[in-house]
Design a protein. Structure first.
Ligand code: ATP
Length: 447
């Protein structure tokens, strides 16, 4: 199985088994949107809850927020998004389809690091780079990726708003509120999870690049003289996170982003890349954003963003370390490292080797035969008991036992429990392990 096949198999399994469907599928879809089905939403929530537990609940220097998606347009003017949140766009002169110029050039084997729009246009002209349809390309120009809308019944410049393209600004705009409510010691952080929207020029690669997705972001406010130690702290935390997701260490790579590729306000950025089946690509980012955002807010709002060190007159606008995590990319990394094919009794088997704490279904309970009321009754009782204890337990009596195992393997259920005639005699059930397919008899109380 090569990487492309693997990707296709994952997309197909995700749809077939109720993890992820194309958005608005029944009407022919809407490019760049995906819907999470019953198992996908649980997997996604397990990942998001794990993050919240690790980075908010288990720490005493972190505060959660949940800001509105629609924000005053001044937020996006001050942050620079209105002027510069752009990607380089190029158009096929014949079909008028539009593409990301940097992606086309990279796909054609050219390096685009640090190139301006004019440089990219020149590279296209000098090397006669064509569109995927083989046609000439326009000059490269910028395209702003924010979705624009208006708030309220009057459509004019003053009612313009945007669907947020990142959750970070909803954190910065609440920095002062949290400071006034809690006055935490420095360093401290604010965390937020939620939807972000980007009008990507060419969404692609399953959920990797979508137009609507979720982020989990932290803005960690620090004394400017101590930013390096906090950066190192978060760098280690990011590794703790990829380990908690069960991603193999050798598939995660740090990319120290060179200065001419960094956002202009960032003094240091590390992209954490993952070996996805689509190639080595960004999973999440860690950036030192200086006082760029709070400085902008202070200037544009006229409100003081300084932090005063308790018991002193020492005040300054804190600097910020930002670990920024994409939920869909985490889901895709987890799915692609879990996807496994092997052979059992001469037959090909597909299973998701999901870490137990992320698996959407932890246990499946079946009666061996569904037309034997005494087995069904006993299995139902065990199911009810386990469901009360663990929640994520599935009742499965569809098809024969082999089919049930195959289905549960495909959705990554770590253990299947079968109630059979021996259960009626001695109370034991069969427990079958997803990864080894080994079966053991145990008392339900030992589960
Ligand atoms: P890329 O270079 O891949 O476009 P980015 O550098 O623009 O990503 P950031 O602005 O740093 O991404 O966003 C932080 C995180 O949000 C990314 O690391 C990624 O996990 C996630 N993310 C960004 N854009 C998308 C998208 N279009 N679809 C899914 N996740 C995304």
């Amino acid at each position: 199985m090569n990487d492309q096949q693997k990707m296709e198999n994952i997309v197909s399994l995700a749809k077939r088994r109720g993890f992820i469907y194309p958005g608005s599928d029944v009407y022919g879809g809407l490019s760049g949107t995906w819907d999470f089905g019953p198992l996908g939403v649980t997997l996604k929530r397990n990942i998001m809850q794990l993050w919240w537990k690790m980075f908010v609940e288990e720490r005493d220097d972190m505060y959660g927020v949940d800001a509105a998606i629609l924000m005053n347009q001044k937020v996006w003017q001050a942050s620079g998004h209105v002027a510069t949140f752009t990607d380089p766009l190029v158009e096929d002169e014949v079909t008028h389809l539009r593409y990301r110029a940097d992606h086309l050039l990279k796909d054609a084997g050219y390096s685009v690091d640090g190139l301006s729009l004019a440089d990219m246009t020149k590279l296209i002209r000098d090397n006669n780079v064509k569109s995927p349809a083989g046609n000439d390309l326009s000059d490269v120009r910028t395209f702003n990726m924010m979705f624009k809308t208006t708030v309220g019944p009057v459509e004019d410049e003053s009612s313009v708003s945007y669907l947020r393209p990142e959750t970070a600004q909803g954190i910065f705009t609440n920095y002062k509120n949290v400071l006034d409510s809690f006055y935490p010691d420095l360093p401290f952080g604010l965390a937020q999870q939620g939807k972000a929207f980007r009008n990507e020029i060419s969404p692609r690669d399953f959920i990797f690049r979508s137009r609507e997705f979720e982020q989990m972001e932290i803005e960690y406010f620090v004394d400017p003289t101590k930013w390096e130690e906090s950066f190192e702290h978060w760098r280690k935390q990011v590794w703790a996170w990829t380990t908690a997701l069960g991603l193999p260490t050798e598939s995660v790579h740090e990319l120290e982003v060179p200065e001419n590729d960094r956002a202009h306000y960032s003094k240091r950025t590390i992209d954490f890349e993952f070996d996805f089946p689509i190639g080595r690509e960004e999973l999440l980012g860690l950036a030192y954003r200086t006082d760029f955002d709070l400085g902008n807010i202070q200037r544009e709002s006229g409100k003081n963003m300084e932090y005063t060190i308790k018991g002193t007159n020492n005040k300054f606008v804190p600097h910020v370390i930002e670990p920024s995590f994409g939920v869909e990319r985490a889901v895709m990394a987890v799915l692609s490292s879990a996807y496994t094919e092997d052979e059992v009794n001469g037959e090909k088997r597909i299973f998701l080797k999901l870490p137990e704490h992320l698996a959407p279904v932890k246990l499946a309970v079946s009666p061996l035969l569904k037309n034997k009321p005494e087995l069904v009754e006993k299995a139902r009782a065990i199911y009810a008991d386990l469901k009360k204890k663990y929640g994520a337990v599935m009742w499965d009596d569809n098809g024969n036992i082999g089919k049930r195992y195959r289905r549960q393997d495909e959705i990554g259920t770590p253990k299947c429990i079968v109630v059979d005639f021996t259960t009626l005699e001695d109370g034991t059930v069969t427990v079958r392990d997803r990864d080894t397919t080994e079966q053991k008899r145990v008392q339900p109380s030992e589960l």
